[in-house]
Design a protein around this ligand. Structure first.
Ligand SMILES: Cc1cc2nc3c(=O)[nH]c(=O)nc-3n(C[C@H](O)[C@H](O)[C@H](O)COP(=O)(O)OP(=O)(O)OC[C@H]3O[C@@H](n4cnc5c(N)ncnc54)[C@H](O)[C@@H]3O)c2cc1C
Length: 422
């Protein structure tokens, strides 16, 4: 890599980090893209396309193309299974220590034949395929389940692998990087619906989250009841689960859109299925979205109400007890499937990284910006924010924010190379 002022570090390879990395690389900067997981792309790499006869602009298709472009870019070096341990120096000249956990399976050699999983004696098996859409597509070894990492003699997977992709002796390794700018793009955590115990997630098989539905439709193409494999005939979406409550005083911006688009997709595939959306107030901001709502009003039932409890009846149906705001009374309704529209929560590991980098957190748990009117600059010069680690946003906004972070970083790098006035 080149001198510090032509190098940058991007932490997190979700769509915002990928967008920042591409923007920097296209401007001639060499980028280290550090990802803590074995695969890249973050949450949105596993979303389904929600098109009916027409594209509904859910933006899920933007993600795989950008990932491919980033991975093929000669100026982007991807470090998976990696985290930042320490940072010193200043804008234009940072020194960063990275720890890379051993992946055990070499992504370049793995041909995903599955022989390792077939011979694995652990129960459940300790080596398995990642989700179909994962990049890189390479088998993953779970140390917690692996007999060898639990004190037993076993190396069947390594002995069976036809391409010698498995190395069970690999150790974590550290490396030091010199970079001029850092972009933090560590994303968000999906709200854990178990925290709303009265809504039954984790207790009733037919209560799912919006994220579950994204994954099921992306992987299996069709929504079926977990209890009996049948197609649901009455589906309810419950909005604002983990948003706009006393612990999360903000709107997640994405839930009304994804719920309506998923509801529209379910209706398109199974027109006889009844879809109901329970909402507090619909957030239809965004180009074309109000019109989209007008179109779906005819086929989706919208109820302005807050479900307070979900109970499973003896026959396995779900009874939703809700306060109907427009009629100011408590009502009950029966569904086969309830989808909790979970929101965007600050990532649990934000505090650790904030301490490592010396940046501040905001009161809502997302990273703080230096300027209340800006959203990319942190309280440390040379460290920038991209995407949902700064606050809730959808894919197009995360892309735009990632690109904006890259332009701020570029400006700073240019100043560092030939000092300017600001
Ligand atoms: C249920 C649900 C459905 C949604 N559906 C849509 C939709 O249909 N359309 C739409 O436009 N938006 C949708 N969104 C919003 C969308 O998920 C986000 O806009 C997008 O994922 C933001 O990308 P990001 O890169 O900011 O964060 P993330 O996707 O969270 O990516 C962050 C990345 O950083 C990595 N990381 C985290 N910490 C570290 C660390 N310390 N070191 C290294 N790497 C780290 C993570 O592993 C991850 O790869 C939905 C959101 C939810 C919750």
């Amino acid at each position: 890599m080149d001198s510090d002022s032509r190098n940058a570090l991007v932490i997190g390879s979700g769509i915002s980090g990928i967008s920042s990395a591409l923007e920097l690389a296209k401007a001639g900067v060499s980028v280290y893209l550090v990802e803590k997981e074995a695969v890249v792309g973050g949450h949105s790499a596993r979303f389904c396309c929600k098109a009916t006869d027409i594209c509904v602009r859910c933006s899920a298709c933007v993600v795989p193309d950008k990932i491919k472009e980033a991975l093929l870019h000669p100026r982007i070096r991807l470090l998976t299974n990696s985290t930042v341990k320490r940072l010193s120096g200043e804008a234009g000249s940072f020194r960063v220590e990275i720890t890379q956990q051993p992946g055990y399976v070499d992504a370049e050699r793995c041909i995903a034949c599955g022989l390792c999983a077939e011979v694995c004696p652990a129960d459940p098996v300790a080596i398995y395929a990642p989700p179909a859409e994962a990049t890189p597509f390479c088998y993953v070894l779970d140390e917690g389940r692996c007999l060898r990492f639990n004190g037993q003699q076993c190396s069947l997977c390594r002995e069976t692998c036809p391409t010698e992709a498995i190395d069970l002796e690999r150790k974590a390794k550290g490396q030091e990087l010199n970079v001029g700018a850092v972009i933090v793009a560590t994303g968000f955590d999906v709200f854990d619906a178990r925290e709303k115990g009265s809504l039954g997630y984790g207790r009733y098989p037919n209560v799912l989250t919006g994220l579950d539905v994204e994954h099921i439709l992306s992987r299996e193409g069709q929504l079926r009841l977990r209890s009996n494999g049948e197609e649901p005939r009455r589906v309810a979406f419950v909005q604002c689960v983990g948003s706009r409550d006393k612990h999360h005083g903000y709107c997640s911006h994405v839930c009304c859109k994804y719920a309506m688009k998923l509801g529209g997709l379910i209706k398109h595939r199974s027109p006889d299925t009844e879809v109901t959306i329970f909402y507090i107030d619909l957030q239809t901001a965004g180009k074309g979205f109000a019109q989209f709502y007008e179109e779906y009003k005819g086929s989706i039932r919208f109820v302005r109400g807050v479900p307070v409890e979900i109970l499973q009846t003896a026959s396995g149906e779900l009874e939703v007890k809700f306060e109907d705001i427009s009629q100011t009374r408590v009502c009950r309704d029966i569904f086969d499937l309830v989808v909790l529209s979970v929101g965007i929560s600050p990532s649990r590991n934000s505090w650790d990284l904030a301490r490592t980098l010396g940046i501040n957190m905001a009161d809502d748990g997302f990273y703080a910006t230096a300027d209340p009117f800006g959203s990319n600059e942190t309280t440390v010069k040379g460290i920038f924010l991209a995407g949902t680690c700064q606050g809730p946003r959808d894919i197009p906004d995360a892309v735009a924010h990632g690109m904006a972070a890259a332009s701020s970083a570029l400006e700073m790098l240019e100043c560092a190379a030939s000092p300017c006035d600001s």
